[in-house]
Structures are given as structure tokens and as C-alpha cells.
Design a binder for this molecule. Structure first.
Ligand SMILES: [Zn+2]
Length: 502
């Protein structure tokens, strides 16, 4: 201890002599916090020491010489939150401070979702060359790999030979550090895959020690079959499987959260390593095309069905539309009124335009009571599915909405359970062994916050409003967010899969 203090003092003296920048202290002592360690255990008064990029000690600690002291003032100290389904990598190379995330206490994002992750070697290399303020992990994307092999001829099952060509591409991404394979089976090109193709490619990820995460094949019409498919992949391949942004996404399904939880619990009881993530909103964000799983965009009967059962005309808001930028922020009902025709006719006309099916929408598809019940499932961790742009408030609000309104006002679960769902459970659901807990030798990703104040401020019409109540955020031992502002320290790291290949 004496040697360490002496070295710190010498280092400090040298810095002063050189009139250089303030030296980075050898360690930081956070005193007088309520430590919520991420396991779900009750918060306890205590101190936490950070040394370098790790948590060194927890308990009643005395300051060491030269140590930076942070008085937590009785606020809650938790492991940094882990967003297991994120699209926040978009724009992160120019907005490296990751404000949308760190302002909510998120210290790690998991990208490459919905079948989209590709060229992870390049992604990780770039994050090393030009780091950002959060840690970034990624899945390999089934859709991206399918496109590389099938190019534009993807609207069919892959041949056995094509699947053989996809396998080494999955393996290469696993070798680059992918957490596993992600699919987006409601999207092109994944929607055209046969279940056998997905099982075969997921197996490559599983054999490499990875996992499977899925935007399942249907979140509405064929929801129960889609749940069965993800369970089957876990069972057949004996690999962990995670349902992305779990939801009952159709009016006909509302009120069936108990049935769903029963199915999930029975699968787990039978040995399937099944988990889920979920965001705290009843609106999803996607494109017009996703409303039509058969891609029959000119079918009036299907269109009537969509607008009566999946999302109502007043609940579909345009988020982006290249041909009609003036529609952004308007609902389909608004646009129908402008055009002087029925919502169904309007939707058919829009879909007939070039690029119509790609129009971005935010749409209400879920019921609050289902969201609130599903988020309580003990194996569901919190995610955002968000970005830093667009109309959906989830990018800036998901985690704070859970810590604030869901815990404090709705009392869906304890604060400790909310933190567990954002930290140790999330870490375990994506395979991080040294993050998501406040424990010795874990990485010092930490968030200091006021549980009485934390709240989301983002909403429709002000989706980029910053959450409140987060005091300080550390990523790998360095402060990246303090009192409402990012510090422009980029201490996040690329996180490659830890599990060694079998
Ligand atoms: Zn998705």
C-alpha cells in the first residue's frame, strides 16, 4: 500500500513539474453510496474502489493516498446497464460520446441485431482505432450472410449448396468475436429462409460457443409458431436462445401474456436455455413492409386485416418517407384525410409507390398490461431496440422509464430487480462474464443515480429529450458522463465473445 501511495505521489509530482495535464489518479474511491450490486440483492450502504479499469474492492473502505474521492451522497450505485438489443451503433462514429445511452446509465450496447450484423472484424478494428464512450459487442447477422450468398435472388428457400456456403461465413464472424447469430425473420431476406436453414446456421454459432438471438418470424399473425421455432432452435442445437424485443404485437393477442409466460417457462423447465429482452413501450418501429408478411402489398383484404388487427390507422406514424418527407410525424389516418380517401386505400397507394414498403413507421401494436407483465418475467432483460435519431422515444428513454416510472410509480418490481434486469441478467443473456455486477475484478462500468429522480423525458414529438436523474457514469473505470453532460472520454471497448470455441 505504501509503495503504491509513493508511486502515485511521485507520478503526481512529475506531472506538476511538467505542468502537464492532471494525472489520472491510481484509483477512485466512491464513498457513501447505496450499492445495488446487480444480482438482485438488497442495496447496501458502502464504498466501492475502482483501480484502473476494474472494481477493486467493496465495503467500508478508507481512502488511500492520492486516491480520487467521489462522495456519492447516498445515491444508488449500480453496474452500468447493458442494452442487449441496440441500433445505437448508427451514427456512433460521429457522435462518439453516445449521449442517448450514457445519459441513461447504459455502458454496453449489443448490436448486429435482426440479422443485420456484418464484417465484425472491421467493426471491432474501427472501435479500437476510434473508440467510443460505450462498450460495443455484436452478433453476426443471418440476413447479411444470406445476402452475400444469394444476392438479390433471396425470395426463396436457400439450396443445400447455398447453406453450405453460408456456414463458413457464420464461422468467420464467430472467429472475429461475434456473440452468436442474430436473425430478423420478419424482414427481407431472412423471412424467406426455411427453418432448417436457420437451425443449420445457428448450429455453427453454437458449436463455436455462441448463442442465437432472434427477431422472430412473426410478432403477430403466426406468433405462437414463431415462439415454437426459437424454442426448437435452442432444443435441437443445445444452445442459448434469446427472443428479441418480446411482444404480443397484434390486437388479437392482447391479454395473453400469461399464456406466453407459461410456454416460455415450460420450455425452460424442459432444459431449453431460453431468455428474452424487452423495451417498455407499446409502440414498435419498423417499416410499412413488415405489416405484410406475405409481401402482398396490393391485396385489399390483407390491408383491411392489417388496419383492423395489427395496428390502427391512427396508431401508425410515419418516421421517414423519402417520397413524402411532409408525412413524417403524421399518422396514416392524417394522410388519408389529406388525400381524401380511406386509410386502406391510402395505404395501398403508398405501397404501390417506389420505395413505399421501405417507409419508416412507428406503430402501436402492444397493450400496456402485456408489456408490464412480460417485463416482469424473471428471464427478460431490458433493451432499447433504439437509435439516437427518429421519432421513437425508446432510444433516449427505455432504461430511465424502467428505473423511474416502472419501479417508482407502477411498482412492477423492486429497484434491485430492475437493476438486475439491466445488468447481471443482461450480461448472462448475452454471455459477458466480467460485466453486469459490482464485484471484485469485474470491469468498472458503473452508474451513480438518484432513484427518486430518474425518469425518461423522451416522448413522441421530443424523442431526443435526455433522461434525468443519472449523476455519473463510468465505463472501464473512466467517467464518461457527469451531471447531465458527456465528458468526451472514449473509454468504451469492443467486446468480443469470451467463450472459447469448442
Ligand atoms: Zn427487431
Amino acid at each position: 500500500m505504501y509503495m503504491r501511495a509513493l508511486i502515485a505521489a511521485l507520478a503526481a509530482a512529475l506531472f506538476i513539474a511538467a505542468a502537464g495535464p492532471q494525472p489520472v489518479p491510481a484509483s477512485t474511491l466512491i464513498r457513501n453510496a447505496v450499492v445495488i450490486d446487480g444480482t438482485g440483492a438488497p442495496g447496501r450502504r458502502g464504498d466501492v474502489r475502482i483501480a484502473g479499469d476494474r472494481i477493486a474492492a467493496i465495503g467500508a473502505l478508507s481512502p488511500a493516498d492520492g486516491e480520487r474521492i467521489v462522495d456519492a451522497g447516498g445515491l444508488a450505485l449500480a453496474p452500468g446497464f447493458i442494452d442487449t438489443h441496440s441500433h445505437h451503433d448508427r451514427g456512433l462514429d460521429t457522435a462518439r460520446d453516445a449521449l442517448a445511452m450514457v445519459s441513461q446509465g447504459v455502458t454496453t450496447i449489443v448490436v448486429g441485431q435482426d440479422g443485420g450484423g456484418s464484417d465484425l472484424a472491421a467493426l471491432f478494428e474501427k472501435l479500437e482505432r476510434q473508440p467510443v464512450s460505450v462498450n460495443v459487442a455484436s452478433y453476426a447477422g443471418h440476413g447479411a450472410i444470406r445476402r452475400r450468398v444469394m444476392a438479390d435472388d433471396f425470395k426463396r428457400h436457400a439450396t443445400a449448396e447455398e447453406i453450405e456456403r453460408m456456414k463458413p461465413l457464420v464461422k468467420a464472424e464467430m472467429d472475429a468475436g461475434a456473440l452468436g447469430l442474430s436473425t430478423g425473420l420478419e424482414y427481407d431476406p431472412g423471412i424467406y429462409s426455411a427453418p432448417e436453414e436457420v437451425i443449420a446456421l445457428a448450429k455453427i454459432a453454437g458449436d463455436a460457443g455462441g448463442r442465437y438471438i432472434s427477431h422472430i418470424r412473426s410478432e403477430d399473425r403466426w406468433f405462437w409458431d414463431a415462439i415454437d421455432e426459437v424454442i426448437a432452435i435452442g432444443r435441437v442445437n443445445r444452445m442459448p436462445v434469446q427472443v428479441s424485443h418480446i411482444k404480443l404485437g397484434m390486437h388479437d393477442l392482447w391479454g395473453q401474456a400469461e399464456k406466453l409466460i407459461g410456454i416460455l417457462d415450460r420450455a425452460r423447465a424442459s432444459g431449453v436455455q431460453l431468455t428474452a429482452d424487452i423495451y417498455p413501450y407499446t409502440y414498435w418501429q419498423s417499416n410499412l413492409g413488415v405489416l405484410y408478411p406475405k409481401r402482398n402489398f396490393d391485396d385489399p383484404i390483407e390491408t383491411e386485416f392489417v388496419l383492423a388487427h395489427v395496428s390502427l390507422p391512427g396508431d401508425i406514424i410515419f418516421n421517414s418517407f423519402r417520397a413524402h418527407p411532409d408525412y413524417v410525424g403524421k399518422t396514416l389516418a392524417d394522410v388519408a384525410k389529406l388525400r381524401g380517401m380511406s386509410p386502406a386505400k391510402t395505404l395501398l397507394e403508398l405501397l404501390a409507390e417506389p420505395g413505399g414498403e421501405g417507409a419508416g413507421i412507428v406503430a402501436k401494436g402492444m397493450d400496456d398490461r402485456d408489456v408490464e407483465r412480460l417485463i416482469q418475467w424473471p428471464f427478460a432483460n431490458v433493451c432499447s431496440d433504439g437509435t439516437s435519431t427518429g421519432l421513437h422515444p425508446r432510444g433516449f428513454g427505455s432504461f430511465s422509464k424502467v428505473i423511474g416510472p416502472y419501479v417508482r410509480d407502477k411498482k412492477l418490481f423492486s429497484l434491485e430487480e430492475a437493476v438486475r434486469k439491466m445488468s447481471s441478467l443482461a450480461a448472462s443473456n448475452v454471455g459477458f462474464s466480467k460485466r453486469g455486477r459490482i464485484a471484485p475484478n469485474y470491469f468498472a462500468d458503473l452508474v451513480l443515480f438518484d432513484p427518486a429522480v430518474v425518469a425518461d423525458r423522451a416522448d413522441f414529438g421530443k424523442a431526443q429529450a435526455q433522461a434525468v436523474g443519472i449523476k455519473t457514469v463510468w465505463v472501464n473505470g473512466q467517467v464518461v458522463f457527469q451531471d447531465g453532460k458527456t465528458t468526451n472520454l472514449y473509454s468504451g471497448r469492443p467486446l468480443r465473445r469470451e467463450t472459447p470455441a469448442r
